[in-house]
Design a protein around this ligand. Structure first.
Ligand SMILES: NC(=O)c1ccc[n+]([C@@H]2O[C@H](COP(=O)([O-])OP(=O)(O)OC[C@H]3O[C@@H](n4cnc5c(N)ncnc54)[C@H](OP(=O)(O)O)[C@@H]3O)[C@@H](O)[C@H]2O)c1
Length: 269
């Protein structure tokens, strides 16, 4: 029997809960959520109990994992109440920019803490989460953290928490780069004379279709690119611009370095 305490059932907590319900990740859930509008309709599911605050948690409920899914700026107010439960449970935090040391300062270094960085496609079960555990986390607890985050999509681990800012710059902030790519392709299509509706649809469908093709293919993105690039053809003409020395790769490196550095600044307070 696995029991989960979810603290915060907003966009990300709610997405995780619907994934857990679909994949049977745990047997019983208590969800702490003060905002009635965030509480999903769970029908007559008796394995899930919603409470409004910490005081509402049944005293007999001893979770295997506490999933912290409140806004980072609320962590200082919310987390200390869970110190008693956190001594025997895994704490899995998805709060951006909140380091493992924040929890260790409250719960002690013998408490098991996993910090996860998911991204927005988690809402449709297609996210990317990168996890980092402290040394007190057991292998079984790491497995549980992995199962819980797999409800939101793919999961990988890093050993060095300092790399979390790089992860944030890549997969955490990355969906916005792709949304902007769609915008940029659509406006370039308009500049070439296409109607806005057609340009928007063609850009969205091209990015979504190419992403899905890359995901499902056994070939690398490089090979897929080469496969659709005839020498001297139209794609090659565009790639000559995009792959120039000051092209997309250099621009992406600059953009992601800025994101990584901003993450470091925010983390330093
Ligand atoms: N959304 C993303 O794409 C994303 C990506 C990566 C990481 N994250 C992380 O995920 C966490 C949650 O983000 P979100 O976008 O899901 O935020 P959200 O939609 O605002 O959800 C947070 C929920 O927690 C509730 N809450 C506030 N105080 C609480 C308390 N004392 N106890 C229990 N619940 C409480 C909020 O209620 P009220 O509405 O009443 O305040 C809200 O429903 C954040 O730490 C964020 O950094 C999010």
């Amino acid at each position: 029997m696995t029991s989960i305490l979810l603290v915060g059932c907003g966009k990300m907590g709610g997405a995780l809960l619907s994934g857990w319900r679909a994949n049977g990740a745990a047997d019983s859930f208590v969800i702490v959520e003060p905002n009635k509008q965030s509480i999903p309709n769970i029908g007559g599911n008796s394995n899930i109990t919603f409470v409004q605050d910490f005081a509402g948690i049944p005293s007999t409920f001893l979770p295997d994992a506490i999933v912290m899914a409140v806004k980072p700026q609320a962590m200082n107010d919310v987390v200390p109440a869970y110190t008693g439960l956190a001594t025997s449970a895994l704490t899995l935090s998805i709060a951006a920019g909140t380091p493992i040391s924040f929890f260790e300062a409250l719960f002690g270094t013998s408490a098991s803490i996993v910090r996860a960085m998911p991204n927005t496609p988690a809402a449709i079960g297609r996210g990317m989460s990168v996890l980092c555990a402290n040394t007190s986390t057991t292998d079984n607890q790491k497995k549980l953290a992995e199962i819980l985050m797999q409800a939101a999509g793919a999961v990988e681990w890093i050993a060095d928490e300092n790399l979390m800012d790089a992860v944030t710059a890549l997969s955490g902030s990355g969906p916005a780069y792709v949304f902007h790519l769609i915008e940029a392709m659509a406006s370039a299509g308009e500049a070439l004379g296409l109607k806005p509706e057609l340009a928007a649809k063609a850009a969205l469908q091209t990015v979504a279709g190419a992403g899905e093709l890359a995901r499902l293919s056994s070939e690398t993105p490089s090979v897929l690119r080469q496969n659709v690039t005839s020498p001297g053809g139209t794609t090659a003409a565009a790639l000559d611009v995009l792959m120039a020395e000051d092209g997309l790769r250099a621009l992406m490196e600059r953009a992601m370095t800025a994101a990584r550095d901003r993450g470091r600044e925010l983390g330093a307070g």
